[in-house]
Ligand binder design. Structure first.
Ligand code: GAL
Length: 344
């Protein structure tokens, strides 16, 4: 594995950021920046052996600080997805958060982990990023020490291991918001997607869970058999789906432990991305909000890429039946996700 490091501009606070690239023996690579823990680029081979970009990205830390990029590639925390009412109660104390999505909090609040400069070190084929979130940052109690290890393998698998510890009880839900497009088309409408989930999280008009886990049977988001995304998104037989203009769906994954949960396939390039995780859920968002600039003068339009954000279900801290996102002092928050690339 070859490691290259180069300057990648500055954070809004003027801190210099780096771009770190891991390249395997086959010439495939993953590039990361310690500004926001972003996945900047993933270059993998197609069925003919051609190298190509499969991850939406930007050219500099300055671009990653923009607000119009839909969290592209960022490490999301302290709490991914939505928290209803931008507040929660813990041990009798009310904690007020920043409402950055209507009345609710999305992806960590005003200045989430995707907007922080992370310390990092390279260890073999891994980049280990560290960030310490101060007590009461964005309204969350407890100093949270976070470590995210990105590992790229000789067979083109990108593994992300998350580790967090706190000094006071708090809530944690970390994920990565990379958008993938496995081919040369400007959108992912020709891709097929399989997700191993019998149920999804029912949400209201503000994308806040109602508490009901709905069966996917008979709905446009039944992906238990691989479905062509463009064709599925033309269906208008479900209010939740039509309102979102595509996928913005929290899937309740079948099974438990580390397991393969999703497979994205581009028939043109032959590239396949499988997603494995130990998490209970994945937010599947088809990039319908895109209308922004990207790397090397690219323009990203609606459906330019698809995000498969492994995580605990949205608003778990208000939905005890979903599980728990509570982290106590002395405990370790640990979760892993693997995006593995092949072509056939
Ligand atoms: C997703 C979220 C969407 C949208 C997107 C960012 O994770 O579910 O509703 O906010 O992030 O543009």
């Amino acid at each position: 594995m070859r490691v290259d490091i180069r300057p990648f501009g500055q954070s809004p606070a003027g801190e210099p950021a780096d771009l770190i690239t891991l390249t395997n023996e086959r010439g495939e690579s993953v590039s990361l920046t310690n500004y926001g823990g972003h996945i900047v680029s993933v270059m993998v081979r197609d069925r003919r052996g051609n190298l190509g970009e499969v991850c939406l990205g930007q050219d500099s830390a300055e671009d990653y600080a923009r607000r119009d990029i839909g969290y592209m590639g960022g490490t999301i925390g302290r709490y991914g997805n939505r928290i209803s009412g931008a507040a929660f109660t813990l041990n009798g104390e009310e904690y007020a958060l920043y409402a950055n999505d209507g009345r609710n909090t999305l992806h960590g609040g005003q200045e989430g982990f995707n907007r922080k400069l992370w310390a990092y070190e390279v260890a073999g084929n891994s980049v280990i990023m560290r960030y310490t979130s101060p007590d009461m940052e964005e309204g969350f109690p407890g100093e949270l020490s976070v470590e995210v290890r990105f590992t790229f393998s000789e067979d083109a698998a990108l593994r992300i291991d998350y580790l967090a510890r706190t000094d006071k009880e708090t809530h944690v839900n970390l994920t990565n918001h990379a958008y993938f497009n496995l081919g040369d088309s400007p959108d992912i409408l020709g891709h097929t997607l399989w997700v191993d989930a019998d149920r999804v999280i029912e949400v209201d008009g503000e994308l806040i869970p109602t508490g009901i886990l709905m069966s996917v049977a008979g709905t446009p988001y039944d992906l238990r058999q691989p479905q062509p995304l463009g064709k599925v998104m033309q269906r208008e037989d479900n209010a939740m789906f039509t309102a979102a203009k595509g996928f913005d769906i929290g899937y309740v994954l079948n099974g438990g432990g580390m397991r393969q949960i999703a497979r994205l396939h581009d028939p043109d390039s032959g590239r396949v991305m499988t997603v494995s995780t130990d998490q209970p859920g994945v937010q599947c968002y088809s990039g319908q909000g895109f209308n922004c600039g990207g790397r090397a003068g690219h323009h990203y339009c609606a459906y330019a890429g698809i995000a498969l954000e492994t995580q605990q279900h949205p608003d778990t801290l208000h939905q005890p039946s979903f599980g728990t996102t509570l982290l106590r002092p002395g405990q370790e928050y640990k979760t892993s996700t693997i995006y593995a690339f092949t072509a056939k």
